[in-house]
Design a protein around this ligand. Structure first.
Ligand code: BZD
Length: 833
């Protein structure tokens, strides 16, 4: 309050309030001013990067002005806000999105052009904000876009990693990781050096008595690291609502120790402390769907949760409302178990610092949190060792024990005779060392638990959280099928298709209500429309072919069928099935007569995606793809009939080029392993068909678009367990065609067979856990159906149009609506007209 401008001076202030540009001239004024002053460049020294920076600063100013207004409006309205806690936000580029969302892209295009720049070149200067691994991080980014667009008062909270996901280079057919230092020049963030939080680690817990004679647990000693806030404005589409993504950066706590050490002549020691503190937010862990239990990762989690909660509690206290109102003001969504410590931290704040009784505090906690599960695979479920927690967060461990005790007492009362049950649902796993099961803690500490596609949510209820359904009843568990933002994944990535759609459905309204796409279905037989549709797909393929030429030197024919699988490399996602299928195709072509070859549709098999640096098998898969490409692409006898491409460094901005260019894309995980998948939705929305297993959201996509419009194959989730059992007990039979493929690899057709032996053996000798052999035959047959179908282009295009027209359900706007209604209980707050 003391920092407010006094009443009499406010008019003067308001008169000078920044407004942000609206016209082309104002945009040019701002851009040139930023280039000349913020960047200290000139007319004689302005390259595309400087133009990008100037334009971005002009847009950032505009966003910050709206951001300020939005935050004031939300504070005055005093209604509930959503806080999305995610260790990852895979935002990609911001400028194009900002231009589109504030409705000034045409202004910027004209303005830049007069200043001597092409808007596309300027946009492509931007370095992706790659603070995420894959689907989970990109989902968080789509949700931010939808929440702002739908005017929900919502913040994202994350870490400001100095290094995002590594950049991938392919050197001699192997993945090499390069650090991604993305902060060199980042015009989109706004440092808030005045917003800091001290975060405590280590130390011990001691009992003290307060004045009323009550015994309190006090967490003392240890070390303090400071969290500094950096804000990134999140503009909604066609609304002035501008939400906030707050990223915390770590540094050594100011004051105390460094000066002491400095005086004592320990300058180097104080610098070392500084560096140690900065390590916390230094790097994004590059593993997806694997839990490695590293201490620094736990430190990251607590640092981020504690800073974010402090911030939220500080904001809540300003309202002067009673603690019981906290869940009416605050909804926190946990994106996977990574932020589960927030549950414990809020309980600690309430009982240790604010003096609430345990039960009152716990009631508030549970009603505040919702937990989203993204996997049921055992190796991905987070567990932390008790000794590590004891060392790093001694008070939190005690609170976890108390949460567990009260929970188990409740279960014991409800199921008095079921001893095994207590062991099964205990937060503490009685292993050596003991482990804290984070998914259980998140479930117990939240009022709703959701999976991310129907099949996945069912699996959550019947496998990992089965006992909890029995304890809490089914209503605590729900499904919110994932979605994607049509702004980025249709309009930005595929502007021509978006324009064509708009011309038919009457306006761009479908970008805010994706179900309006259903009007397209009237045009499935419209010749001119179909021709334009095909032309756009072709142009998108030409653009990708150009990218492939520029980056790999391989020439691909844009008339060929583009078959794409881009996503993180993982055995469960089965890129190995794809490349083994490609080898089978190659062998088949080699054995064909010239006559037979004429009937075959030329193919380009395109792969892309990063492997976790320590995931040897995934790296072997990349190496196999590259080695096959090396042989096939240089085989003159095969020519255009088959090309195999590895696109380096797959990321969000590459996805925007790749997705619109697919004829068919592959979503072929072993049934029951891919929680949802979201690129499947992006590909279909861009007029590509998909080949997939009955897994994740593929099932709902099929239901929506119709089973004639998708190529499904493979075993069902319900049969996977039996098949694995059969493998283990000696009934494993290697598929005949697959055997020929392995023989070719073993014969050295793709270089030193030794490189691939572990990969082959995992299938042949070690139980084929991901059922590659079981699904191989139906996979190959389904590809033959794809070949056949592609020959009838007219029918193919009809399938694509029908599919797009039925994709309305998969907008992330629909997801956010469901979260808001079923889980958060929040209302939108639209700006005043
Ligand atoms: O989340 C993914 C799932 O594998 C997809 O099926 C699903 O569509 C998306 C969105 O719900 N999970 C991840 O991407 N997980 C991770 O990236 C991850 C990262 C760190 C630790 C554990 C998992």
């Amino acid at each position: 309050v003391e920092s407010s401008i006094p009443e009499p001076q406010r008019d003067a202030w308001k008169k000078h309030s920044a407004q942000g540009f609206k016209t082309k001239e104002e945009f040019q004024d701002e851009t040139v001013r930023h280039i000349e002053t913020s960047l200290a460049r000139s007319l004689f020294n302005c390259d595309e990067l400087a133009a990008y920076s100037g334009a971005s600063l002009a847009f950032r100013d505009r966003l910050i002005i709206e951001w300020n207004k939005t935050q004031q409006r939300q504070t005055f309205a005093g209604q509930k806000r959503v806080y999305y806690f995610s260790l990852e936000f895979l935002m990609g580029r911001a400028l194009d999105n900002a231009m589109l969302n504030v409705g000034l892209k045409d202004v910027a295009r004209d303005g830049l052009s007069e200043l001597g720049f092409r808007i596309e070149d300027v946009i492509s200067q931007e370095h992706d904000a790659a603070l995420g691994n894959g689907g989970l991080g990109r989902l968080a980014a789509c949700f931010l876009d939808s929440m702002a667009t739908m005017n929900y008062p919502a913040w994202g909270y994350a870490l400001r990693y100095k290094y995002g996901i590594f950049k991938q280079e392919i050197v001699d057919g192997y993945q090499v990781e390069i650090p991604d230092y993305w902060l060199d020049f980042n015009p989109w963030e706004f440092p808030r050096h005045d917003i800091t939080v001290d975060i405590q680690f280590y130390g011990s817990v001691n009992k003290h008595q307060n004045e009323d004679g009550k015994t309190l647990s006090v967490w003392e000693g240890g070390e303090i690291v400071q969290a500094v806030a950096y804000d990134a404005p999140i503009p909604g589409y066609e609304t002035s609502t501008t939400n906030n993504l707050r990223l915390w950066s770590s540094k050594a706590s100011s004051g105390e120790f460094d000066f002491q050490k400095f005086n004592a002549g320990e300058y180097e020691g104080s610098v070392a402390d500084q560096q140690r503190a900065e390590t916390i937010s230094a790097v994004l862990y590059p593993n997806d769907n694997l839990d490695r239990g590293k201490e620094l990762r736990l430190k990251q989690q607590y640092f981020w949760c504690a800073a974010s909660l402090f911030d939220i509690v500080r904001r809540f206290k300003k309202t002067k409302k009673p603690w019981s109102a906290f869940p009416d003001q605050v909804a926190i969504q946990l994106n996977d178990t990574h932020p589960t410590l927030a549950i414990v931290e809020l309980q600690r704040i309430l009982i240790d610092l604010e003096g609430l009784e345990w039960d009152d505090a716990w009631h508030i906690v549970v009603n505040t949190f919702g937990y989203t599960n993204h996997t049921v695979m055992p190796e991905a479920l987070e567990k932390w060792s008790v000794p590590l927690l004891q060392h790093l967060l001694p008070r939190h461990l005690l609170i976890i024990y108390d949460i567990n005790m009260k929970f188990l007492q409740m279960v014991e009362k409800q199921f008095p005779k079921d001893r095994d049950l207590l062991g099964r649902v205990s937060i503490i796993e009685e292993s050596q060392p003991k482990m804290v099961r984070m998914a259980f803690l998140a479930t117990i500490g939240s009022h709703k638990v959701n999976g991310v596609a129907e099949l996945h949510s069912d699996l959550v209820k019947t496998t990992i959280l089965k006992d909890f359904v029995k304890i809490y009843g089914p209503d605590k568990f729900t499904n919110v099928t994932n979605g994607i933002t049509p702004r980025r994944w249709l309009h930005q990535a595929n502007p021509r298709l978006s324009e064509l759609i708009a011309s038919k459905v009457g306006s761009y309204e479908f970008l805010k209500d994706l179900t309006l796409l259903n009007k397209l279905e009237h045009y499935v037989d419209d010749k001119d429309f179909k021709k334009e549709w095909q032309d756009i797909k072709y142009a998108n393929k030409v653009r990708l072919a150009q990218h492939i030429m520029n980056t790999t030197g391989v020439k691909v024919n844009p008339k060929a069928l583009f078959d794409i699988q881009v996503k993180r490399i993982h055995e469960y996602k089965r890129q190995q099935l794809n490349i083994l299928g490609v080898i089978h195709r190659y062998l088949t072509i080699k054995a064909m007569s010239a006559e037979e070859r004429k009937k075959l549709a030329p193919r380009v098999s395109i792969f892309g995606g990063k492997a976790a640096p320590g995931y040897w098998m995934a790296k072997t898969i990349i190496h196999l793809v590259c080695s096959v490409g090396e042989v096939v692409n240089n085989d003159k006898d095969v020519g255009d009939l088959l090309k195999v491409i590895y696109i380096e460094d797959y990321n969000v901005s590459k996805a925007e080029i790749i997705t619109p260019a697919s004829d068919i894309s592959e979503h072929i995980s072993t049934a029951g392993t891919e929680a949802s998948g979201t690129s499947n939705m992006k590909f279909v929305l861009n007029g590509g068909l998909i080949i997939g297993t009955c897994d994740g959201a593929n099932i709902e996509i099929t239901r929506e678009i119709g089973e004639n419009n998708i190529f499904l194959f493979g075993n069902l989730a319900e049969d996977v367990e039996d098949l694995r059992h059969a493998h283990t007990y000696g009934k494993f039979q290697l598929d005949e065609d697959l055997k020929k493929v392995f023989d070719a690899i073993k014969g050295g057709l793709f270089g030193d067979a030794g490189h691939f032996s572990a990969l082959c053996n995992s299938i042949v000798d070690h139980g084929d856990y991901y059922l590659v052999s079981d699904d191989f035959n139906s996979y190959v047959k389904t590809h033959a159906l794809v070949d056949e179908a592609y020959k009838d282009q007219d029918e193919w295009v009809s399938k694509c149009i029908t599919s797009v027209s039925r994709m309305g359900f998969f907008s992330s706007d629909r997801c956010i609506q469901e979260y808001a209604d079923m889980i958060w209980n929040v209302e939108p707050l639209p700006p005043k007209p």
